[in-house]
Structure formats: structure tokens, C-alpha cells
Write a protein of this length. Sequence first.
Length: 302
Amino acid sequence: MLKITSRHRFNQIFTRHWSTIAARGASCLTHVSRHHDYSLNMPKLPFVLIAAVISAMTLLGACGGDDDGGGTPSSSASAGSSTPTGTPSDQIAPPLEGPDRGPAATERTDFRESEEWKLPSPDGVLPVPDDKKDAIYHPPSEPECAADWQSLVRPSEGFSICYPSDWQTAGYGYVTAGQEDRWFSVGLVKFTNDKRDEQDAHVSVYVIPRYARPMTYTRDCPLPYNLTFAGSPAVICPEFPGQGSEKYIVSYHIRRGDLDYFVQVVPYDGGSSDALDTAVEIAHTFKLIDVQTPQPTEAPAP
């Protein structure tokens, strides 16, 4: 199970949170004023940094929960929303699993043009063998949500996913690093206690544009396969090595236009088999929808 106990882990989480806070703060400011560009830059002095973080957190609270896991809970999957419900966890920052992503790009880069960051395509790997009967290999042809599950709909990123009420959101919002385009993250977590510092399992979703580093689970996978996931050709890494108390990582990858979608299922040491089964069910509710670009609102006539 995952425990956050060390100074090193605290510093790691703090650093990773900063980019999310900065991105959310910038997004909020853009929402407040559509006629000016604002950016949040990380201060260099420690006491300035603390003050800036406090200010950024205050700003996020004033934005009405657009990307912070707040908002009004939906009563069922039919009442979907772009804001996740459930109690968010501030102890997990994206990416929620796997190895550290390393340094960010220092110049704008199209990662699809780089051999280093090339990901396997569905037609470049073998199909799932017939003898693979585990549920991870057999997503439904048409994703469906249980009637009593909650639905998270993200028109800007073009997907929806559902989850039961006893799972919580974590790592929710936009992530920025270096000269890379921002990318979107949300985690759905089954915590083992009220402190939300230990997990049974989680599901993560990352939506990454071509000018940001992709997740490399399928690239570095010992044996990836192709299958149909969310009704689209996809690649699965069925057992990427986990980090720490992560047993392993199941990763699905779909490429659509300029966006890459990564959906992960991660069980933890000591986690229940029921939590893993539910995590797989959650992942299999992932559905692609039409991407809707927000339209600018015209300023009222004077």
C-alpha cells in the first residue's frame, strides 16, 4: 500500500503539484479575463514560493472548482459533468503511477517526430492471444456506465468515464512542464482509509497532445498487444513493472488526431481483488466523445 512518509516524497509531491497549481491558476485567470494573457512563474526565493502557493490555492478556490475536483455531485451516470465528484485527494500528483518522467523539454518539440518517443501502433504489435481470458484483455465493444455510478465528462478533452461513489478523484487538472503543451490528468482512487494515504487500486486517465511527452508504458512494455478499446484500435501493456507498492500497471493507449489517450489500471500490494475488478470495470467505461473547443464569448457592446 502507498504511504507518504518521507521528506523526499513530500518534496517530490510538492514539486509536481506546483506545475498543476500553476496551470490551474493560469486557466482560472484566463477564464476571469478573456482579453489578457496571464502566466504563473515559479518564484526562486523560498519565502516568496510559500506566499505564491498560498495565493494560487486561494485563487483556485475562487474559481468555483473548475478543475479541482469540487462542484456539485451528480446523482447517476446519466447526470454527467466536466467536474468530478467525490472527495479529492491532495496527496497524489500526476502522473499517479510509474517511474519519474524526467526533465521536461526546454524547447517546443513535436514528440511524434522523435524516434525516442515513438509509441507502438495497433498494427505494429500482435493481437491478444486467444488464451488470454483475463478481463483486461476484453473491454466491451460499447462502453456503458452502471446506473448508480457517477459520470465524468470532459468535452474539451473528448472523453467520459464513470466510477462508483466510494472511489475518489485525485491528480485532477492540467499539468505543464518546461516548453511542453499542457496535458490533462484525472485519477479515480479506492483508498483504504479516511486519511486517504493508502490505496487498494486506482485508474488514471491522461490526455496528452503531440507537443508534450507521451506516457511510455506501451513503448517500454515487455509484450504489448493490440485490441479494441473504447471502440477504437488500441495498444495494451498488460503488466508494466510497478513502482514501490504498485503491483503492476495495465496501460491502454489510443491515438486520435493530435491527442494521445492513456488509461491505466494499477493495483497495490495488499489491495483487495474486488478493488482490482472494479478498477478494470471503471477503465472499461472510458468512452471517446467529440472534442468541443470552448468558443470565446463576445464582449458586450458598450
